[in-house]
Design a protein around this ligand. Structure first.
Ligand code: PEP
Ligand code: MG
Length: 754
């Protein structure tokens, strides 16, 4: 008999392949009966809209007439007992269990031996799977098998449910729940971008241009075939023969046969080439996956690998021709910064991504652009969404697919209210940000993606507190030259002439990849990131600093910020290089060149505890609350599964920040805050309370932050901060500040907080 893991994998793969929930459940019940040699298998799932009620959705081995007719509340019957306790029940005589409830006409009286396990997703019991037999109790292995299977099926069932909603063709309205990524709301049309990074999310589309689709498919196949043959030739003598044979085998698969024929057939039926190819590849891979022979089953990976190579070529040809609607909602498995740059800025209305959270860089960019984003939506049916109408609510992390008229009206009303609020806030733009006890606070903007700084200047920003230089690096397909960088930096320095502009040196790695500088690491956030990379590649660092210092000539408002500083040696080396570059430029120009202020980001816990040493070397420090929170709380900022645990208002993070401020104050070093907390109305209250007086944030948050500052005295915020750090958790801190905000009539701002 196949191993447990293989049997589990096979069932999960079969279920993942099912077109909708009914098919998926039929497969689950019949496969479990077969694998456990049971007589009956039933699946109950949570009833939509009725919390605490489960309904029988599928059975195999019992009278099918009962499907949809049996319901159990928590604690009711054996099923309700399993759901309530959220643990398995293994019974040798179910009718004797104190909660047993017979389902008349089911036929279950013949099967007293009973094993039931809960299906749990994100801590909630979403269903129960039960198996029954006439004789022979279920043993421990069988119990373990069913429990493991149920844990894996939770995701498959959710996915089948959401995909099935579309497969029925009538596309009913669907609510999707994710993580609030960037505040705001948008109504628009979905565009799924796929650069060929995965097969899964290639959107299903129809095309009228049969010849064009066939041509682009055949071109892509021919190109990949050519590359494979070339690779095989190049590698002969370098790689073992069997590895070279693989390239040849791949090329042969593309030279005709069912992969090509089936794709062409689908194209002739009116589908566009990329989704026709994806469907064919998936069908073929699935056939291999189902094979008992392990070697053959693993060939499924080869087919998908080949699938991706062709897909990449196909998508490269398609992307430039996308017609972006006026209100584009960008949808993807993992929307990236580069994807944002592909959409004409006037058209981008919102973002919906299956992965990521509010502190992912793409969400931060969206925030900087004033674009609402919903991130981390589990089982987002990406491939079915292209061209579909969507509402995106970046305040509460929800999205609505095919919204009906009443929902649209509701959101149109919210959008109008929001526009009114923004209009009211505009009155504040020329007022100084000053607390009611007359402490001035400097408000600056975070920048990087845009070259149009008008909104920042209009909202009264007093400079750029963080310019993320990695963004111009990310949207190119090679390192930008010194001259290209010079132009970008000079533009921002000139635009904000007379105000400080903090340019941060390249901070890639983690979730900020460069396509032309691939880094593969098991733990990217703990790996080669920020200054660690640029110090290992001084040529990148020196070119960048040269461009910065040259751009500063005649402007004199440059400050340089170093990211991911974890100790003194990195600072010593960076300062040495900056000074050397300045000396070189002085020599080249034959005139003295101003020495820019140099600052360190405080975002790694070791820097918190060495704050005095660091302050001894720099002119200022800037707290990066996004990374500081990630590293202090050990919560991946990009992982939607732990997004609930990520909060910069956590008392531990507040204490660390207070320690930074105390240390910096002892050294007379100015401190600013440039992480997302600085733009959160509750964060503004906490930061001013702990003594910060320079905040840098997305331009869209600036006037709200100013309104908060104008509503409180620093003395009362300082007092509140003393209570905040004594709270047991982030939720309690939030509540404390939220209640105070409400007393000033600013409860409306709470939608925007996180
Ligand atoms: C931070 O970590 O808080 C920060 C401002 O930098 P980034 O979000 O770009 O990592
Ligand atoms: Mg950071």
């Amino acid at each position: 008999m196949a191993s447990m893991i293989h049997r589990l994998q096979r069932i999960v793969q079969e279920v993942n392949h099912a077109p909708d929930i009914d098919n998926a459940l039929d497969l689950i019940t019949s496969s479990i009966n077969r694998d456990l040699r049971a007589d009956a298998c039933t699946v109950f799932l949570a009833k939509p809209g009725e919390p605490g009620v489960l309904v029988l959705q599928a059975c195999d081995g019992l009278n099918p007439e009962i499907i949809g007719k049996v319901e159990r509340r928590l604690g009711e019957g054996v099923i309700g007992t399993i759901a309530e306790r959220a643990e398995p029940l293994n019974l040798t005589d179910a009718p004797r269990h104190k909660n047993f409830l017979l389902v008349p006409e089911s036929g279950e009286t013949s099967f007293p031996i009973y094993l039931g396990v809960p299906i749990i997703a994100h801590r909630d019991v979403v269903g129960v799977i039960a198996v029954q037999r006439a004789e022979q109790a279920f043993n421990e292995d069988e119990e373990a098998f069913l429990t493991t299977l149920a844990s894996q099926l939770a995701t498959s069932i959710e996915r089948a449910e959401s995909q099935g909603r579309f497969a029925t063709g009538n596309s009913p309205a669907l609510v999707l729940r994710g993580v609030a990524g960037s505040p705001g709301m948008a109504i628009g049309e979905a565009i799924v971008l796929n650069r060929g990074v995965n097969l899964e999310s290639v959107p299903v589309k129809k095309s009228d241009d049969l010849d064009g689709e066939l041509r682009s498919f055949n071109d892509a196949v021919a190109k990949v075939c050519g590359e494979l043959n070339e690779q095989a030739d190049k590698m002969r003598g370098v790689l073992p023969d069997e590895e070279c044979a693989l390239f040849v085998a791949y090329a042969q698969m593309l030279s005709g046969g069912s992969l090509i024929d089936d794709t062409e057939r689908s194209i002739r039926q009116g589908f566009w080439a990329p989704s026709s190819w994806r469907d064919t590849v998936e069908e073929h891979a699935y056939v291999f996956e189902q094979m008992e022979d392990r070697y053959l089953a693993e060939r499924a990976n080869d087919i998908r690998d080949l699938g991706l190579r062709v897909l990449r070529k196909l998508m490269l040809e398609q992307t430039p021709y996308i017609n972006f609607p006026d209100r584009t909602i960008l949808v993807g498995d993992d929307v990236t910064a580069t994807d944002l740059a592909d959409v004409p800025p006037d058209c981008l209305a919102g973002i919906l991504s299956a992965h990521g959270s509010s502190s992912s860089h793409v969400a931060i960019l969206a925030h900087a652009l004033g674009i609402p984003a919903v991130m981390g939506v589990p089982n987002l049916p990406v491939k079915q969404l292209d061209g579909v109408n969507l509402v995106v609510d970046g305040y509460n992390g929800s999205a609505f697919v095919n919204p009906d008229q009443s929902l649209l009206r509701e959101y149109e009303k919210y959008l109008a209210e929001e526009a009114e609020l923004e209009q009211d806030l505009l009155e504040l733009k020329s007022l100084p940000a000053i607390t009611t006890d007359q402490h001035p606070i400097t408000l600056m903007v975070n920048s990087g993606l845009m070259s149009d700084y008008t909104p920042s200047l209009r909202s009264g920003a007093q400079g750029v507190g963080l310019y993320r230089t990695e963004i111009p690096f990310q949207i190119r397909d090679r390192f930008p030259s010194e001259e290209e960088q010079f132009m970008i930096y000079r533009n921002v320095l000139e635009t904000f002439y007379g105000m400080p502009v903090v340019l941060r040196t390249l901070d890639v790695g983690g979730d900020k990849p460069l396509s032309y500088f691939p880094i593969k690491e098991a733990n990217p956030f703990l790996g080669w990131r920020g200054v660690r990379i640029t110090l290992d590649h001084p040529e990148i660092f020196v070119t960048q600093v040269r461009a910065m210092i040259r751009a500063n000539v005649g402007n004199d408002n440059l400050e340089i910020l170093l990211p991911m500083i974890s100790g003194k040696p990195e600072l010593d080396e960076s300062l040495f290089l900056v000074n050397r570059v300045r000396g070189e430029i002085e020599e080249e120009l034959g005139q003295p060149v101003a020495c820019p202020k140099i600052g360190a980001m405080i975002e790694v816990p070791s820097a918190v505890y060495q704050i005095e040493d660091i302050c001894g070397l720099v002119d200022f420090v800037s707290i990066g609350t996004n990374d500081l929170t990630q590293y202090l709380l050990a919560v991946d900022r990009n992982n939607e599964n732990v997004a609930d645990l990520f909060s910069s208002l956590h008392p531990a993070v507040l204490k660390a920040m207070a320690q930074i401020i105390a240390g910096a104050r002892a050294c007379d070093t100015p401190v600013s805050v440039c992480g997302e907390l600085a733009g959160d109305p509750l964060g503004v209250m906490a930061l001013i309370g702990m003594g910060v007086d320079v905040l840098s944030m997305s331009v869209g948050s600036l006037l709200r932050a100013k309104k908060v500052i104008l509503s409180f005295s620093r003395a009362e915020l300082a007092e509140l901060f003393v209570s905040a750090v004594r709270q047991p958790d982030a939720g309690a801190v939030r509540e404390l500040y939220a209640a105070e905000l409400e007393t000033r009539g600013l409860g409306g701002f709470l939608r925007a907080g996180k």
